[in-house]
Design a protein around this ligand. Structure first.
Ligand SMILES: Nc1ncnc2c1ncn2[C@@H]1O[C@H](COP(=O)(O)OP(=O)(O)O)[C@@H](O)[C@H]1O
Ligand SMILES: [Mg+2]
Length: 377
């Protein structure tokens, strides 16, 4: 082995004749490769164990292990790609023998006496192939590494999004409680006091003013109630997702004038956590319908299909544009996808052929049944 060429691709040369080895060595001296010489098949196997070979040049006829057997054993010891083999042989080899060589891993034959220019050219072709292969292997490893990094940063992003969503939900609960307990109760007290004051005041004009203020306070109380239930719809926890959807859509229809048709299985056994996800997706989708669709009619379905739950909303509006579906700034859509993923489900939104938009949420029943004792509604 030439000392300073150890980092170069390895070429094995095997010949029982010293002269032939010397000739090959002289040829390969001019090539960018590290030479491993052996006088027999056994020596060759010994010297190349665990070493990657770019090429093997093997004499067919040697005492002991023949060239073909060596080729087979060289490749048997390697798990990766086959080592290309050039067999050196006397000119009188038969066609049968040539065929036998190819079946044993030969890439090429060269007949003795070997032309050193042709051999150099052939060796260079194999080295080029080997170097290409090496760079592909290196690129593949880099690609795999980048893919793994990408995957883990995506996972991190998913976890972060889910965490932020949880924090937002907790904040909503806290604000909703403050609104309900403090502001709501204070307003109710004001309303009661106004009623008492009204009875104590003789002046009709003042009574009228008090009545007006009382109506205003009632409106504010209703607004607070609406805000409270938008922030955290207590109805989901109290009566379940079906009742919550019925309540929300009734209010939505009154507010927007859009007609809604509901087709929901009453006994879909989903947890409060999944119910909240379905509810938030419904809220976002219906807000989109009101804001962007120009629809007059919306269908909502919530059904159990085998071990999955299907939740669909379709409108008869202008239909979502293809580029909006894929847009990186469609944060409402992205957030619905994230919510679905957090339950091990899928979220799809598409434009329907006969106009309108369809959203489909499908999630596994098993996944959300993690808490076996949870309140199934
Ligand atoms: N039901 C719908 N009908 C028509 N277009 C829609 C519908 N839902 C969403 N879109 C389109 O998709 C876009 C992205 O929606 P979304 O991510 O919720 O963002 P935003 O509502 O804040 O614009 C909307 O701006 C709208 O153009
Ligand atoms: Mg939106």
């Amino acid at each position: 082995m030439t000392e300073n060429k150890e980092h170069l691709p390895n070429i094995l040369i095997v010949d029982d004749t010293e002269e032939n080895l010397a000739f090959l060595e002289a040829v390969i001296e001019n090539v960018e490769a590290n030479l491993i010489q052996a006088h027999s098949g056994y020596e060759a196997l010994e010297k190349t164990r665990g070493i990657e070979l770019a090429l093997a040049i093997i004499d067919v006829w040697m005492p002991g292990m023949k060239g073909y057997e060596l080729a087979v054993r060289l490749n048997d010891e390697r798990s990766g790609d086959k080592v290309p083999v050039i067999f050196l042989t006397a000119a009188h080899i038969s066609e049968v023998e040539v065929f036998q060589g190819y079946t044993h891993g030969a890439i090429d034959y060269m007949f003795k006496p070997v032309d050193c220019h042709i051999l150099t050219c052939k060796i260079n072709v194999f080295l080029e192939l080997f170097n290409h292969k090496q760079s592909i292997v290196r690129d593949a490893a880099l690609l795999k590494e980048s893919a793994n990094e990408l995957k883990s940063s995506l996972e991190q992003q998913h976890r972060l999004t889910q965490y932020i969503e949880k924090v937002r939900e907790n904040e909503r609960v806290a604000i909703s409680r403050e609104l309900h307990d403090d502001l709501g109760q204070a307003l109710t007290a004001v309303k009661i006091d106004l009623g008492i004051i009204k009875q104590m005041v003789p002046d009709n004009e003042v009574v009228l003013k008090i009545k007006n203020v009382s109506v205003l306070v009632s409106d504010i109380i209703k607004t607070v109630q609406r805000l409270t239930s938008q922030l955290r719809p207590q109805i989901i926890d109290d009566l379940g997702i079906v009742a919550a959807i019925e309540w929300y859509t009734k209010e939505f229809a009154q507010r927007t004038g859009i007609e809604l048709f509901l087709d929901m299985d009453s006994g879909v056994p989903i947890t409060p956590e999944a119910s909240l996800t379905v509810y938030r997706i419904m809220q976002e989708s219906l807000t989109n319908v009101a804001r962007h669709s120009q629809a007059t009619h919306v269908d909502i379905a919530l059904n159990k299909a085998g071990e999955s739950v299907y939740f669909g909303i379709s409108d008869n509006g202008i239909g979502i544009a293809e580029d909006e579906i894929k847009s990186k700034t469609s944060f409402g859509i992205i957030s619905m996808k994230e919510r679905a993923a957090s339950m091990g489900g899928t979220f799809d939104i598409c434009r329907e052929p006969d106009h309108g938009t369809l959203i489909m949420l499908i999630f596994p029943l098993n996944h959300i049944r993690a808490d076996e004792n949870s309140d199934l509604r």
